[in-house]
Write a protein that binds this ligand. Structure first.
Ligand code: C2E
Ligand code: MG
Ligand code: MG
Length: 763
């Protein structure tokens, strides 16, 4: 502050000194004025001829100093040296020495010591100089000390001790005042300098940003008009920068829509934010420039001055049109199925949600249709995935062609498709669409020289009856589809609440079935199989029973399917095989036991081991065990089921084809595996007995073929005398049915065998 230090940052001190000298220079006139007043006050103390001399000397001296100070402050640019400060101190010392003259003269009695004006002048001078010279405190202090010393000396010589002491004290106070003022000045300037510097840096950075960045800055005033638009901002707006200042910001952004008044949503949002004086960021809005639509992302903050007065906004903006385009593409890819190009599950879900909202608003109905291809898996498994994929492509084409404005078709995954019917107020129309879909998809396809025949099953749910949300509606449609599948496919089912109840029951059964084995709730019943000619007992078919403590007896038709789906069929099937073998081993002679095996069990390679071990543990001869499989086994090529069958046959076990006539009834299957018998399903037997020509002809053909291959034919479900007569006449070799006996519990079975033995012995 005293201007003597140069340590640390020299340029800071240099700048500080310049500020000090500059302030001093600006007070030069004041300094001169002070001395004029002081000279006038001292004049009475002089004799007339001295007055001119004195006045002219002091005024010339102070005038010269004032002029020098003034010049100095003009000359100084940014920095001042210690010598410059020293110059100021010397100047002030020179004038101070000049001023010692009247007081020293008074002490020697040359002037009038008692003149109060002289002392008043001294006081005014020291006080004034202390204040005026404060920017360079050393100059001020020098002046005060020198002049006060002369005054004190004069007073001492005049024996005015008290006044001398007072003078010294005042001088001390003034010294302190000068230093304090000087310090305040320096401190204020330092803060200001720091602030200026920061502003300069910020504006430099901003300029840099505006010139090089991909973004640009903009600024508007409280009336939302553009404040000096930068070049980049102007270029982005495709307008000359000079014409932009004072234009309404929103008008520039809105382009042609400004006149029309139909702003984009993003622009309306921006206008709202500006009106509310709210800061915002990441606001994306469409901008029309020269007829081309661009997307800008902008952010801004409101500006206030120190008094909290709103000044407007300052912000950044960038063009995000390209980023948006690629985001759109990604979005599109995420919403469409790559294989078929149809909307995917996500897209379908969204469309359904929209359709639901619309339907609710217009108090109408919308529908959700789920489509599952029948026998698609067989195509995939036998001909491979590339053909399966191509087939899916064909299916999508046919589906797309059937859709109108009112529907959206999508692929949910695998061989599952879905249709969102936006307006389903006419249920008959929906039903017609479902039937058309089934018919169209069931027509043959030609893919790579293969003629492929598949079918389709459809389930439909309609809002709001079957569900008010996308989730519940999908679930309902799924249940309806499940029902269609359950009925063998190729059909359409609408959701009904019973389906939900069934699904619930399935869920409960599934939970209970998991524990049925451990709790010993499962049992086997045995149904006699007799020789068609003699009526002699040939053996029994083991049929599974579930006695649930709370739900009562549950038939296999209700739970075997669940066991297959939940893979519980493996442990249950193993238990059935072991139990049946144990039981059959206790039967006399060559009575056989037939065990039903579901296709699911054959996918487990362990199956052979299980059968071998069941035979070994029960010591039942292998040829007394017969495994019953259905045509379903051959629908799963690729799963290795037929290989497993071959291995079981190698154990010496017999194999029969169950439920012939319910599936494809293809005689071709018979030649694939070494079956020892074919079981003709009850439905065939019944309709043949009623005289329906086709089943009758088929049974005849099967019997003839079986005979020529050395196989047996068992007629299932013979209940009446007439049916018995017919199947005997047709040439079936064995018969099973209520006519001869229902499935019996173990004890009753044993009784029956005993009685039968007795009869045989008696005969
Ligand atoms: P399935 O193998 O065709 O068994 C014959 C079914 O016809 C049995 O029904 C039997 O009770 C019934 N039946 C026999 N004679 C007559 C008759 O004269 N009239 C009528 N109306 N029905 C008759 P059940 O016991 O309800 O078994 C149904 C199906 O459950 C079986 O059909 C079989 O496919 C399956 N199943 C039974 N036990 C097992 C098992 O242990 N494992 C596997 N995987 N499936 C089994
Ligand atoms: Mg069976
Ligand atoms: Mg059967």
């Amino acid at each position: 502050m005293l201007g003597l230090d140069d340590g640390g940052d020299a340029s800071t001190w240099g700048r500080l000194r310049a500020i000090q000298l500059d302030a001093l220079g600006r007070r030069a006139a004041l300094l001169f004025g002070l001395h004029v007043v002081a000279v006038m006050l001292t004049l009475p103390a002089f004799v007339p001829w001295q007055r001119v001399l004195w006045a002219s000397t002091v005024l010339a001296g102070t005038g010269a100093v004032a002029w020098r100070r003034r010049r100095m402050s003009d000359r100084i640019e940014n920095e001042a040296s210690r010598r410059d400060i020293a110059g100021a101190v010397i100047d002030s010392l020179a004038i101070a020495l000049l001023w010692t003259f009247p007081f020293l003269a008074a002490a020697r009695g040359h002037v009038l010591p008692a003149s109060p004006d002289l002392w008043l002048a001294g006081l005014a001078l020291t006080l004034g100089s202390a204040l005026i010279l404060a920017p360079v405190p050393l100059a001020g202090v020098t002046f005060v000390v020198v002049v006060a010393a002369a005054m004190a000396l004069a007073l001492l010589t005049a024996q005015m001790h008290l006044a001398a002491a007072a003078t010294v004290m005042v001088a001390g106070l003034l010294t302190y005042l000068t230093l304090a003022l000087g310090h305040a000045l320096v401190a204020r300037h330092l803060t200001q300098a720091a602030l200026d510097e920061r502003n300069e840096t910020v504006s430099l950075l901003l300029r840099d940003f505006d010139e090089q960045g991909s973004d640009w800055l903009w600024e508007i005033d409280a009336a939302r008009r553009i404040v000096h638009a930068s070049e980049r901002f102007a270029a982005a707006c495709r307008l000359p920068a000079e014409t932009m200042t004072n234009l309404p910001f929103l008008q520039v952004l809105a382009g042609p829509t400004w006149e029309a008044g139909n702003f984009a949503a993003g622009l309306r949002q921006l206008a709202e934010k500006l009106k509310q004086r709210e800061g915002f960021r990441d606001l994306t809005l469409p901008i029309v420039l020269d007829g081309e639509e661009r997307w800008w992302e902008i952010a801004a903050r409101p500006r206030y001055d120190a008094n909290g007065v709103f000044l407007g906004f300052r912000g950044v903006a960038s063009d995000v049109t390209e980023q948006r385009a690629s985001a759109d593409k990604i979005n599109r890819m995420a919403r469409f199925d790559t294989l078929t190009g149809l909307p995917n599950r996500l897209h379908v879900n969204e469309a359904l949600s929209r359709a639901l909202t619309d339907a609710e608003r217009w108090r109408s109905r919308c529908a959700f249709m789920m489509i599952d291809l029948d026998r698609f898996k067989a195509v995939n498994d036998t001909l491979g995935h590339p053909i399966g994929d191509r087939l899916l492509g064909r299916v999508s084409e046919r589906l797309s062609q059937m859709m109108s404005e009112n529907e959206l078709i999508g692929r949910l995954g695998g061989d599952e498709f879905a249709v969102v019917v936006r307006d389903a107020s006419d249920p008959q129309r929906v039903e017609r669409l479902a039937r058309t879909i089934i018919d169209t998809l069931s027509r043959p396809y030609e893919v790579d020289q293969h003629t492929l025949l598949i079918g389709a099953s459809v389930g439909v749910a309609t809002s709001p009856r079957d569900g008010r949300t996308a989730e519940t509606l999908i679930r309902s449609a799924d249940l309806a589809l499940y029902r269609s599948k359950d009925r063998g496919g190729g059909v359409f089912h609408a959701y009904e609440p019973q389906l939900h109840a069934d699904a619930e029951e399935r869920r409960v059964l599934e939970l209970e079935l998991r524990q049925a084995l451990e709790r010993g709730e499962l049992a086997l019943h045995y149904q006699p199989v007799v020789d068609a000619g003699s009526g002699n007992l040939r053996g029994f078919e083991a049929l599974l029973r579930w006695n649930h403590p709370r739900l009562g007896p549950i038939g296999p038709n209700r739970f075997v399917g669940i066991a297959e789906e939940t893979r519980l069929i493996s442990p249950i099937g193993e238990w059935v095989a072991r139990t049946a073998c144990e039981e059959a081993a206790r039967w006399p002679g060559d009575l056989r036991v037939a065990v039903n095996v579901s296709p699911e069990q054959l996918t487990n390679p362990n199956f052979v081991t299980v059968i071998a071990s069941a035979l070994a543990q029960s010591r039942l001869p292998a040829q007394r065990l017969e495994l019953e499989v259905t045509e379903g086994v051959f629908m799963r090529e690729g799963t290795g089921a037929t290989r497993v069958l071959e291995q079981v046959l190698d154990l010496g076990v017999r194999l029969s084809l169950d439920d012939f006539g319910t599936g494809f009834s293809s005689l071709g299957y018979l030649s694939r595996t070494r079956f020892s018998s074919i079981k003709i399903d009850r439905s065939f037997v019944v309709s043949a007995a009623q005289g329906v020509a086709e089943p009758l002809a088929i049974i005849r053909a099967v019997v003839a073929l079986a005979r020529s291959l050395g196989m047996m034919t068992t007629a299932e479900g013979v209940e009446t005398e007439a049916e018995l007569a017919l199947v005997r006449e047709l040439g079936c070799t064995a018969i099973q049915g209520y006519y001869f006996g229902r499935p019996l519990p173990v004890d009753d079975t044993r009784d029956l065998i005993r009685r039968n033995l007795g009869k045989a012995r008696a005969a």
